[in-house]
Design a binder for this molecule. Structure first.
Ligand code: 2P0
Length: 326
C-alpha cells in the first residue's frame, strides 16, 4: 500500500496555452516538450485506513493548507479512478529550485499520480497514467515520458484521448537546454489565470489557434530529421506568439522583465556570430536557451556574462517516470 515514484520537469517547445475544459484539464491545442534531466520530484504515497484526510509533507515539512488542498483534490480524482476510499500520507521532495522558472507542478503531479497508482497495486500503461497526471496539471501529462514528447489534445469531451506520446527518447538527440535565472521583481500572473484571461479576451488568440498545429507539425518534422535549425526557428517563434497573446489580453500582462530581453538579445548576437542558439519563455521572466551540445560551453559563457542573469543551469533531455526505491 506504499510506493515511491520520480518524475522530471519538462519544458515546452510548442506551448500548451489555453483550456477548452478547465475541470478535466483539456487543452485548446496540442503541445510538444523536452523532459529535463536536472529537475525532478520524488514522491512517496502510503494509503492508510486510519487517516481522516490526506497528509502532505513537502521537502520534509508539513505543506501549507493551500498546497495540501490542491494535492488532496487531485488525490480525489485518483481515488475515483481506482475505486479507493482511503486517504494517504504523501511525502514529496522537490529537486526543482523554486525560482527556476520551471513548473514543479508538472513533475509533482506526474510523480504523485505514478506513486499513488503503484501503491494501490494497479497496473496501468503510459497512456492511462498520462491521462491521470493531466488532471493534476496539464503539463504533468508530458512528464510521464522521457526525451521529446507530444501532448495530443484529443477530441473527446471526456478527455480519454488527451494524453502524451513519446516522440524520441532522451538518448536519441542530446541537445543542451540552458535555463537562465534572472532577477524577478514583479508578482506574476499564474499560468492558469493567464491562459484563461487570454482565451477569453485576446483578439490574437484566434490566430494562435489557427497556426499552432502548423508549428507543431514543423517541430515534429525537425525532430524526426534532427534538424536543429528548423526546430530552433519554430520553437522561438511559437514562444513569441504565445507571449503576443498575453500582451493583447484584457487587462494585458507581460511575463518579461528587462533581464528577459537581455537574454533574448544575447541569443540573437550569438546567432550573428554563427552559433546556433534559440530561446523559449514560459509564464515567467526566466529564459531557456537551446543549443547543440558542441556549442554548450560557448553559449553557457555568453549567457553567464550577462549582468542581469543570476545563474545559468545546464540541462539535457531526461527520463520518464521511474519507480523507487531510490
Ligand atoms: C507549457 N505552460 O506548455 C505551458 C507554456 C506555461 C507556458 O503548461 O493549469 O501548470 O495546471 O494545466 O501545466 C504551465 O501550466 O497549467 C504550462 P495547469 P500548467 O508548458
Amino acid at each position: 500500500m506504499e510506493a515511491t515514484a520520480r518524475a522530471h520537469t519538462n519544458i515546452a517547445l510548442i506551448k500548451y496555452w489555453g483550456k477548452r475544459d478547465e475541470k478535466l484539464f483539456l487543452p485548446m491545442n496540442s503541445s510538444l516538450s523536452i523532459t529535463l534531466d536536472r529537475f525532478y520530484t520524488t514522491t512517496k504515497v502510503a494509503f492508510d485506513s486510519a487517516l481522516k484526510a490526506d497528509v502532505f509533507f513537502l521537502n520534509g515539512k508539513p505543506a501549507i493548507d493551500a498546497e495540501t488542498t490542491k494535492i488532496s483534490r487531485f488525490m480525489d480524482k485518483i481515488r475515483a479512478f481506482a475505486g479507493e476510499k482511503r486517504y494517504a500520507y504523501i511525502e514529496s521532495q522537490n529537486e526543482v529550485p523554486i525560482a527556476a522558472g520551471l513548473a514543479s507542478s508538472a513533475s509533482g503531479m506526474a510523480a504523485l499520480a505514478a506513486a499513488a497508482v503503484k501503491a494501490l497495486g494497479i497496473e496501468v500503461d503510459g497512456r492511462t497514467l498520462s491521462i491521470l497526471a493531466r488532471q493534476g496539471s496539464g503539463s504533468a501529462c508530458r512528464s510521464i515520458y522521457g526525451g521529446f514528447v507530444e501532448w495530443q489534445k484529443g477530441e473527446k469531451a471526456d478527455g480519454s484521448d488527451s494524453h502524451a506520446v513519446p516522440l524520441l527518447s532522451e538518448d536519441d538527440w542530446d541537445l543542451s537546454i540552458l535555463s537562465c535565472l534572472v532577477e524577478s521583481k514583479q508578482k506574476k500572473v499564474s499560468s492558469r489565470e493567464g491562459m484563461k484571461r487570454t482565451v477569453s479576451t485576446s483578439p490574437f488568440y484566434k490566430a494562435w489557434l489557427e497556426t499552432v498545429e502548423t508549428d507543431l507539425a514543423a517541430a515534429k518534422s525537425a525532430i524526426a530529421a534532427r534538424d536543429f535549425t528548423m526546430l530552433g526557428r519554430v520553437l522561438e517563434a511559437n514562444a513569441l506568439k504565445m507571449h503576443a497573446t498575453t500582451i493583447s489580453a484584457n487587462p494585458p500582462f507581460l511575463y518579461w522583465q528587462s533581464a528577459t530581453l537581455d537574454v533574448m538579445q544575447e541569443v540573437a548576437l550569438l546567432r550573428e556570430r554563427g552559433i546556433e542558439a534559440y530561446f523559449t519563455i514560459d509564464a515567467g521572466p526566466n529564459v531557456k536557451v537551446l543549443c547543440e551540445r558542441k556549442d554548450e560551453e560557448t553559449v553557457y559563457h555568453a549567457l553567464s556574462a550577462i549582468p542581469s542573469v543570476r545563474e545559468v543551469l545546464v540541462c539535457h533531455p531526461g527520463p520518464g517516470i521511474q519507480y523507487g526505491p531510490f
